[in-house]
Design a protein around this ligand. Structure first.
Ligand SMILES: [Zn+2]
Length: 289
């Protein structure tokens, strides 16, 4: 399970969350068979989604959908208010270049759009999108909050991954809620973010999210809560069968002839196999759609 803490600092003028996301990013890597650079890209995106879960309603979802122009294709990460996350990339086997000893994620993203969707379970989810300006994930999400929601946001994400798997993954986000944050408080915050540096180097030393918050905010940290975050998908057999029912009747008949119908959940990689009888059921469902 990932560990998250969230709370306030600077007398409630700032809210923050910090997550150690190695556990669920490693799960995403294994479920989807992600290459190291795909792990780095999706790992950053689902770490970001996890960071926002404390501020969502229990059933609300927040999705960061990077529709990139690069070889990775789409990078989709979703967080839910119940502290669960899931995500996928269109091309899990993508290979990428290194730059300064790190994976150059921007080289597999190469522009496109970041769509952000908030869904409260009502009929119409709230949609907003901004162009991808950096491809480094964190910068694009902070740019979205600045442009679309007018919330000054600082975010640091880090994924340390080798061919053997993830070694350290985490991130933090800080959002300024109150324009009353003074210039001296802002510069104090900026210099401690700079001094703190990369989050993975701290996590590799065994530091916890709490240690991260204490180093960044010092005595200005307020109350905070510690919880766990896990990878969980909401797919099930019924939904998988419904996804067959939306196909053409001819295609379903074809599956019946071949005696083979498999639905793979794009979010979690789970496979659902259906037999003849169930395909008849899908045809019946179809008539009712
Ligand atoms: Zn699933």
């Amino acid at each position: 399970m990932g560990e998250i803490i969230y709370g306030y600092a600077f007398h409630g003028k700032v809210r923050f969350s910090v997550v150690d996301s190695r556990d669920f990013v490693e799960e995403a890597r294994l479920r989807h068979g992600l290459s190291p650079i795909a792990t780095a890209a999706l790992g950053r995106a689902i770490t970001a989604a996890a960071l926002f879960t404390p501020w969502l309603d229990e059933i609300e979802t927040l999705t960061f959908d990077f529709e990139t122009k690069g070889p990775i294709g789409r990078i989709v990460a979703q967080g839910k208010g119940d502290r669960t996350v899931r995500g996928y990339v269109a091309n899990p086997a993508v290979e990428g270049e290194m730059k300064d000893g790190k994976f150059d994620i921007a080289s597999v993203v190469r522009g496109g759009q970041l769509r952000v969707v908030r869904d409260l379970g009502l009929k119409r989810p709230v949609l907003s999108s901004v162009p991808i300006i950096s491809g480094e994930i964190a910068e694009d999400i902070t740019n979205y909050y600045a442009k679309s929601e007018q919330i000054p946001t600082a975010m640091v994400l880090g994924v340390f991954v080798t061919k053997e798997g993830t070694k350290a993954v985490g991130g933090y986000v800080i959002q300024v809620l109150d324009a009353g944050l003074s210039d001296s408080e802002i510069s104090k915050l900026e210099s401690s973010i700079k001094e703190f540096g990369s989050i993975t180097s701290h996590l590799l030393k065994g530091e916890k999210p709490e240690d991260v918050a204490l180093q960044i905010f010092g005595r200005d940290v307020g109350d905070y809560i510690e919880e766990s975050v896990r990878y969980r998908c909401s797919c099930n057999r019924d939904k998988a069968l419904q996804s067959i029912a939306v196909l053409d009747a001819r295609e379903i008949e074809e599956m019946k002839r071949e005696n083979f119908a498999e639905v793979v959940c794009k979010w979690c990689g789970k496979k659902y196999l259906f037999d003849d009888e169930e395909l008849d059921e899908a045809l019946k469902l179809k008539l009712n759609l």
